[in-house]
Write a protein that binds this ligand. Structure first.
Ligand code: ATP
Ligand code: MG
Length: 578
């Protein structure tokens, strides 16, 4: 019923003991309330004057007021605690996602991850807020009340004691059924968010091919499924609340009937009977409260579990512990027998990747579309991790490391991906990606080197114009040049990973830009994946990829002499469009 993960949260012990203390207080006030109300009524019944009962009534009101004060105080602490935990969790989740890298986001779906970080955290906050107090109340208040009822009237106590476990049993059965419904609802919600984001980002394409109507229907169907799952969960929740209310009311009625008979027979006095009767609904109240909110918090529980699942995903071991020295002229990278496979159904794999490099070499990675260039670059960046196998070996300066997702490695990377992402930020801040401290003058210079002077003049607020989603959108080529400007701005990072950095540019612009890019590649270790052959003459070493294997490696002259794959590839490409 309760998550074990809740118990692992920071400060949970302190908050639980505080809640326990408050629950005890609340129970005492409830008892006080009933006791003094019953005393006043019994007194009046026995013919005492109202003025005599005033003190009892005053204490009754005081207890009532204090009881509400406890609730208010409890809400306040829980509010703060839940908000703080939610903040921490969001931070942890984002950190974890960054540590795990883009591959995990891709696997779980962007929509799903976004919903998890926004809606999911919110639901968890709500869950924490509700469940902790209700749980504590349920574990403490009924028992204190019951002990008190036993001291007043043993028979009523026995009836309540017998009914309680029956209701609990009933609740557990309903709880399981509701959980199954809520699981289904959550799964439908995940599908819906992924589906929605995917369709949204592909909207232009869908429209172009006249498929948007069909997709609209499919989104409609998915949301309809979600609606049905939600309604069925709600139906269950309402039904079980009704059943619970019915049972508890029935139990209180039984207590009342028994007390009534015994009063008539003179077996019990009015005061204890009245106190027990007033307390009987209070005995069940925490249970009803808990059960009522239990359904409301099921989605929070699911969200917490989903978040927890991401949080406990194994990071690559020793991530931060290995210290690697700065890449320099004498540094060596040696990669042996690396394999990689996507965890989705695609049967593509990188097989037996083996090569070595030293110092400031420029390494070209060439191959047909789909041969695995981007995958290899991602492996080198540490965003993807190779499959464990005995023969696999990665060494930097003879130091064995099990993967490249090392802080000390990634800190040195300048990575220009094939489809660069432009943040919703000013142009200047987008360029400051690797160098947050760079001033406007430096940013401007970098943008000029990237050939974006005309764009800056075009923008209403120059480099301070908002770009990216919902700002001014850039063309593919402009976006790529903004990302290149990031590289031009950075002086310190010594390892460059280029994945088709010029793919979106026409050949003329590319040749123009090439003159500026070549100095950037000096005194750096460069991996350059491309299918544009003219870059190959600038490379010191070339890896030729085919179907995920390095089929040939060597300098340009060597490859040309070998008359093997490389020559064949160039002929195919020249015969094609280049
Ligand atoms: N995230 C992914 N999940 C599953 N399969 C993938 C993923 N990314 C790429 N692939 C598959 O891996 C293979 C290699 O893709 P990759 O992007 O590495 O090729 P590439 O050589 O960079 O191609 P291009 O020249 O078109 O950029 C392709 O068959 C592709 O379908
Ligand atoms: Mg690629």
């Amino acid at each position: 019923m309760i998550d074990k993960t809740l118990m692992t949260m920071s400060g949970i012990k302190r908050i639980m003991s505080l809640l326990a203390g408050l629950a005890v207080l609340q129970a005492l006030f409830i008892i006080g309330q009933a006791y003094f109300l019953a005393r006043a009524i019994a007194g009046l019944w026995n013919g005492h004057a109202l003025t005599v009962q005033l003190s009892s009534l005053a204490i009754f009101f005081l207890c009532y007021f204090l009881r509400q004060a406890v609730v208010f105080f409890r809400e306040k602490i829980l509010d703060e605690y839940a908000a703080k935990q939610a903040g921490l969790m969001r931070e942890k989740l984002l950190q974890k996602v960054f540590l795990l890298g883009p591959a995990v986001v891709q696997e779980n779906g962007t929509g799903n991850m976004v919903t998890m970080a926004l809606e999911g955290i919110h639901q968890t906050e709500n869950y924490l807020h509700l469940i902790l107090a209700k749980m504590m109340n349920m574990m403490i208040i009924p028992w204190l009340i019951l002990i008190f009822i036993f001291t007043l009237d043993r028979r009523s106590g026995v009836i309540l004691l017998i009914v309680f476990p029956i209701i609990i049993l009933f609740m557990i059965i309903l709880g399981y059924a509701a959980q199954a419904k809520a699981d289904k609802q959550y799964a439908a919600f995940q599908v819906l968010s992924n589906h929605f984001i995917d369709s949204l980002s592909g909207l232009a394409t869908l429209k172009l091919f006249g498929l948007s109507k069909k997709y609209a229907t499919s989104i409609y169907q998915t949301s309809e499924r979600f609606r049905q799952a939600t309604m069925s969960t709600l139906k269950f929740a309402i039904l079980s609340t009704f059943a619970l209310d019915f049972f508890t009311t029935l139990s209180v009625a039984i207590v009342a009937v028994f007390l009534g008979f015994r009063l008539l027979n003179g077996e019990v006095f009015l005061f204890p009977a009245l106190t027990a009767l007033i307390l009987a609904p209070e005995f069940f109240l925490p249970l009803r409260d808990f059960a009522g909110d239990y359904h409301a918090t099921l989605d929070g529980k699911n969200a917490l579990q989903a978040i927890q699942k991401v949080l406990i995903m194994p990071e690559t071991e020793n991530r931060t512990e290995l210290s690697l020295s700065q890449w320099q002229e004498s540094s060596e990278l040696k990669i042996d027998h690396l394999n990689f496979r996507y965890s989705t159904e695609t049967d593509f794999s990188l097989t037996d990747i083996t090569f070595q490099t030293q110092g400031y070499q420029k390494i070209g990675i060439i191959g047909a579309s789909g041969s695995g260039k981007s995958t290899l670059v991602n492996l080198l960046s540490g965003f993807l991790q190779s499959v464990q196998n005995e023969k696999a070996d990665i060494r930097i300066d003879q130091q064995k490391i099990s993967h490249l997702a090392q802080n000390d490695w990634q800190k040195q990377l300048l990575y220009i991906p094939q489809d660069p992402y432009i943040f919703h930020e000013t142009l200047a801040n987008n360029v400051r990606f690797y160098e947050p401290a760079a001033d406007d003058r430096q940013v401007l210079a970098a943008l000029k080197v990237a050939g974006l002077e005309a764009l800056i003049n075009d923008l209403p607020q120059g480099i301070n114009t908002l770009i990216g989603e919902s700002g001014r959108t850039l063309s593919g080529g402009q976006a790529q040049r903004v990302v290149l400007a990031r590289a031009f701005l950075d002086q310190k990072r010594k390892i460059l990973l280029f994945d088709e950095p010029t793919a979106h540019l026409d050949l003329e612009t590319e040749i123009e830009l090439k003159q500026n890019m070549l100095p950037l590649m000096e005194n750096r270790l460069v991996f350059f994946a491309t299918h544009r052959l003219h870059w190959m003459s600038e490379m010191d070493f070339i890896l030729v990829l085919d179907h995920g294997r390095i089929v040939e490696a060597g300098t340009l002259e060597e490859l040309q002499q070998q008359q093997g794959f490389y020559v064949q590839l160039t002929q195919e490409m020249r015969g094609g469009k280049q």
